[in-house]
Design a protein around this ligand. Structure first.
Ligand code: NAD
Ligand code: ZN
Length: 678
């Protein structure tokens, strides 16, 4: 059963974390001190419950709390070897754990343990960080809060910062909390209610002061020519730029992207001060660990063409990399971890919006959210004073901190398709749905493209939230619809890496009954549809310079001559030859093109359910419900083929193990000798 002190802490954390004005996503931590009965002695024991490393306050549960013995935490002060060796204290936290200890204690555990108050909140509110990053933050703190809130100068989080805050509290008995220079706020109280009220009072008082006393245009006037393009134009422009920008951001390591054209971003980018402020970079450690110390900002007006913008972005990227290398060289010493990559995580295009990047979609989206936090912080600081983030030297001490490096090393090994974006046509049903499901399980972001938007969205929702999969409408036989679907994919995830031409339908008829319309429909969807998708996708793949995969779900019928099948089998043979032609043509871009020849996939197939199955059953003289077994019996392995078998083949073909294979077809048919590939 949850200790009542811990239960109250969880409820307070969830309330505070539910409002993004109180703290950024997964930012900040909260704690409570209380007693429990030690199961070893039966005696009461004083404990600290504190949010552990990682996780978000808004959704914090008991599993996210670290539980430590207060007597032992407090005893650490006696062995503390001084600020130069403060990192050693993190390992010592493990010797203070109570029972199994719950979640791993974070670096901020010292602050919570050492501050002499029963309840402590450490938060990253935009309004509080605005004051924390103002040039005269200390004076502003006195002016805004009238002595109820103390000022603690910037110091990297750790044991010493905990001691600093504890001392400030002891010296200012009337204080309810403090502003942490360059960083955030910490508030305290003797009850959970009091701590929460004090946190909210600091956040709301800071926001109200900025609103009442701040400049109305903190970023200055509008830069003529840098205003937002109309929505449809900027979305089109964003889609045209996205592939190349993702390539830029992925020069050292493949990244997934996120795009936003929120007003707060467009207004900032249209302003006079945007270039200067962007160059100063972000300040709160949480912000710049996710956004890198500074963004890349395009310096061309919206009247520039796509080609001019791309050419300039390449120049700015080269300068960005040189600047990042110089930052690393200026601050690294012999013990520093190796440089982690010199590409920007935030790319700002005035008039269009912000592209943000991360190893997966959630990380990319959160990086963008944090840069919006940083814009709000800069607005508040400039409204009252001059925005003054912490120095590059201090940013480096955090970015390349041994403890930060250790955290990265502890990250689980990425899945086979992490960081890759898959576009699967006809994925609302049957084989395509199984492929989408498998690729999502392999860590890819998945775009489900199908005729009907509702069906596509429903299939995507089965895979997870919009960080995992989205559904888009696309008739693959229509070039404009294909382009629109790929644009949507690119805006959702930053680009495309893996295309599966799966959409299809089948009308089984003998030659004399096959109408011209039957022929055209099947050739439009399969031969032409996959040509259109491959063409539009290849443009993006080439722009990105990240290689890629194109997979065709053709068929055993592309090589096997069965009865009553002229239009379907002919268009499947066309698809199969597209594989070979494109493998040859796209190889120089690192794009592999392969095909899969399934056969007899009855279960889950819309094709079989809607007449084809009945027709095939009649052709072969078996009952329709026995068709799966009929197909199985005529195979070499005598095993039924299911959609997941085809999906497994897609996973292997596009995964890391067949990296030297292109122009291949893999049969997934349980063995049909007449369709052996020679
Ligand atoms: N089922 C089999 O035995 C088998 C065997 C070999 C090849 N295939 C091929 O596998 C693919 C998938 O077949 P399935 O059995 O899963 O069928 P299915 O009917 O379950 O799925 C096909 C999907 O494609 C979509 N689609 C149809 N026309 C489209 C268009 N113009 N634009 C976009 N989407 C469109 C449909 O809405 C449907 O969701 C097809 O290309 C089929 O030819 C199937
Ligand atoms: Zn913090």
């Amino acid at each position: 059963m949850t200790n009542p002190t811990a239960a109250a802490l969880l409820a307070r954390s969830n309330r505070l974390g539910a409002d993004p004005r109180n703290t950024n996503y997964a930012g900040g931590n909260t704690s409570a001190k209380g007693t429990d009965t030690d199961p070893v002695t039966g005696e009461p024991v004083e404990l600290l419950w504190v949010k552990g490393s990682g996780g978000d306050l808004g959704t914090l549960t008991e599993q996210g709390l670290a539980v430590l013995r207060l007597d032992r935490l407090r005893a650490l002060q006696h062995v503390y070897p001084g600020v130069d060796r403060e990192d050693e204290m993190v390992a010592a936290f493990d010797y203070c754990l109570y029972g199994k200890g719950g979640a791993a204690p974070s670096i901020d555990t010292a602050m919570h343990a050492l501050v002499d108050a029963a309840h402590v909140d450490h938060l990253h509110p935009d309004s509080g960080i605005a004051i924390a990053t103002a040039a005269d933050g200390e004076a502003l703190t006195a002016e805004v809060f009238g002595g109820r809130v103390a000022w603690v100068p910037w110091r990297r989080p750790g044991f010493q910062l905990g001691l600093d805050i504890a001392q400030v509290k002891a010296e200012n008995p009337e204080a309810i909390g403090c502003i942490l220079g360059g960083h955030g706020i910490t508030a305290w109280g003797e009850s959970s209610e009091e701590a929460e009220a004090n946190s909210r009072w600091i956040i709301e008082t800071a926001a109200a002061h900025i609103a009442e006393h701040g400049k109305t245009a903190p970023f200055g006037g509008i830069r003529p020519g840098f205003e937002a393009l109309p929505e449809a134009d900027r979305r089109r422009r964003a889609a045209a730029l996205a592939g190349t920008i993702r390539g830029i951001a992925s020069t050292d390591r493949a990244m997934v992207g996120h795009f936003t054209d929120a007003d707060v971003v467009l207004d900032f980018l249209a302003s006079e001060k945007a270039p200067r402020l962007a160059a100063l970079g972000t300040s709160c450690p949480d912000h710049f660990l996710r956004t890198k110390v500074k963004p890349l900002i395009l310096d061309l007006p919206v009247t520039a063409t796509v080609e001019e913008q791309l050419a300039r972005l390449h120049e700015l990227h080269a300068a960005y990399r040189a600047d990042y290398q110089a930052y690393y060289d200026a601050h690294a010493d012999a013990g520093s971890p190796a440089m982690r990559g010199a590409d920007p995580l935030i790319v700002l295009v005035p008039g269009v919006g912000m592209f943000s990047y991360g190893k997966d979609k959630q990380t990319a989206r959160v990086a963008g959210e944090f840069y919006v936090n940083a814009i709000n912080v800069m607005a508040g600081a400039e409204a009252l004073s001059t925005y003054t983030p912490i120095s590059d030297a201090e940013k480096f001490r955090i970015e390349y901190w041994a403890l930060e490096e250790a955290k990265l090393q502890r990250m689980p090994k990425p899945k086979s398709h992490q960081g890759r974006i898959a576009f699967v046509t006809g994925a609302a049903s049957g084989i395509g749905k199984a492929i989408a499901t498998r690729l999502a399980a392999d860590g890819a972001c998945v775009v489900i493209a199908d005729l009907d938007l509702d069906k596509a969205r429903a299939a995507a929702a089965e895979l997870g939230n919009a960080d995992v999969a989205i559904g888009v409408a696309a008739n693959v036989a229509d070039a404009d619809a294909v382009q629109a679907a790929l644009d949507a994919a690119v805006l959702a995830f930053g680009g495309v890496d893996l295309v599966v031409n799966n959409a299809g339908l089948s009308l089984s008829k003998p030659l004399l009954e096959t109408t011209e319309a039957d022929w055209d429909l099947q050739h439009d969807v399969m031969a032409k549809g996959s040509f259109l998708v491959s063409k539009a996708a290849a443009k993006i793949l080439i722009d990105q310079h990240l290689g890629g995969d194109i997979i065709y779900i053709s068929s055993k019928n592309s090589v096997f001559a069965g009865p009553n099948n002229i239009a379907y089998s002919a268009t499947k043979a066309d698809q199969a030859h597209q594989v070979r032609l494109l493998a040859v043509e796209l190889g120089e871009h690192g794009i592999r093109v392969n095909g899969i020849n399934p056969d007899g996939v009855v279960r889950g197939s819309g094709i079989f359910a809607s007449g084809w199955g009945a027709n095939r059953a009649a052709t072969y003289g078996v009952a329709e419900e026995n068709l799966g077994q009929f197909y199985a019996n005529r195979t070499i392995l005598k095993r039924e083929v299911v959609p997941e078998n085809v999906a497994d083949a897609v996973s292997v073909l596009t995964g890391p193990d067949l990296s030297r294979t292109t122009g291949l077809h893999i049969p997934v048919d349980s063995g049909v000798a007449a369709a052996f590939l020679r």
